[in-house]
Design a protein. Structure first.
Lengths: 241, 63
């Protein structure tokens, strides 16, 4: 049962990467139905499926719908018989991103801070989760115009992800893109263009040369290479790919 | 099997397993070191969680 749910979950993750959101959601819902019908299913697995349903809605910009799933997953994980503080922290980051998307920035910032504190103290290998939390926290600072702090956090996030995932993972590309936006915001179009070009190369290998994110990075690199000098304002992307 | 640290466990190989390792790799080994996390993922499969990451946008150049 858990093995079938794990296969469906993996397929849901793949669908999210490929921007096939309806298919991804269907995979998670089938996995959830399997586990919930079993009666004695692992509640941690159920919490993760709700977390991932929230992730699908985050990816397509349905933040209110995603928040409901994320809160459900977080509540389940907080109630586990064997505490999982790192799992709770990862759920908090997922929920915070959905609140951020609704403009509820203070609530999001508090959750990011709590999650980062927990993950930094963890003896476990949480580099990917910590990198992701720092990515979002850094992006929050960037949107507030705090570009020094944003850059520091995003560089740390990129370093953690490079170590945990290797240099060719698409999650690293996302952080390089946000770092590029911050560098452009500080007037360094040359480094920003190079970062977008690096991200485009990673995404072309990981998701394909025609993937919308690959094309967006390639276009941004070209625009910056041809741009006049001077700082560029920082904004938030429409989340749907 | 014994825990040698928080990070990995050491598994003593049987003579048959040693022979298989020798056939597959050409190397002699009496034990196998396995990271705890890798072992857990095989014994108790965990579902992987995705990461909701904020995407910043580059505004139109010249805007």
């Amino acid at each position: 049962m858990l093995e079938r749910a794990a296969v469906l979950n993996a397929e849901g993750l793949r669908c999210k990467e490929l921007c096939e959101y309806d298919a991804g959601r269907a995979c998670y819902e089938r996995a959830l139905a399997l586990l919930e019908s079993a009666g004695n299913a692992d509640p941690a697995a159920i919490a993760t499926l709700y977390h991932n349903l929230g992730g699908i809605e985050h990816a397509r910009g349905n933040h209110v719908a995603g928040e409901r799933f994320a809160r459900r997953g977080l509540a389940i994980r907080q109630g586990l018989a064997v505490p999982d503080p790192e799992g709770v922290a990862a759920d908090q980051v997922g929920l915070a991103a959905l609140l951020d998307g609704q403009g509820r920035h203070q609530e999001a910032a508090a959750l990011y801070a709590a999650a980062v504190t927990c993950l930094e103290r963890s003896p476990r290998d949480v580099a990917h989760d910590l990198g992701s939390a720092l990515h979002n926290l850094g992006s929050r600072h960037a949107e507030c115009g705090e570009l020094d702090r944003a850059e520091e956090l995003l560089r740390r996030a990129a370093s953690l992800k490079r170590g945990a995932l290797g240099p060719a993972h698409h999650d690293l590309a996302g952080t390089l893109c946000n770092l590029a936006v911050v560098r452009a915001g500080r007037g360094d179009a040359a480094e920003a263009a190079a970062l977008f070009a690096d991200a485009a190369a990673i995404l072309a290998r990981a998701l394909g040369p025609a993937h919308p994110r690959t094309e967006e990075c390639r276009l941004n690199a070209a625009r910056l290479a041809a741009a006049p000098a001077g700082p560029k304002p920082v904004g938030r992307a429409l989340q749907a790919d | 099997m014994s825990a040698t640290s928080r990070e990995s466990v050491s598994i003593s190989l049987t003579p048959g397993q040693r022979a298989e390792v020798r056939r597959a790799t050409g190397r002699d080994a009496e034990t196998l070191e396995v990271p705890v996390r890798a072992l857990e993922e095989r014994v108790v499969p965990r579902l992987a969680a995705n990461h909701n990451e904020t995407r910043l946008a580059l505004p139109p150049i010249g805007a």
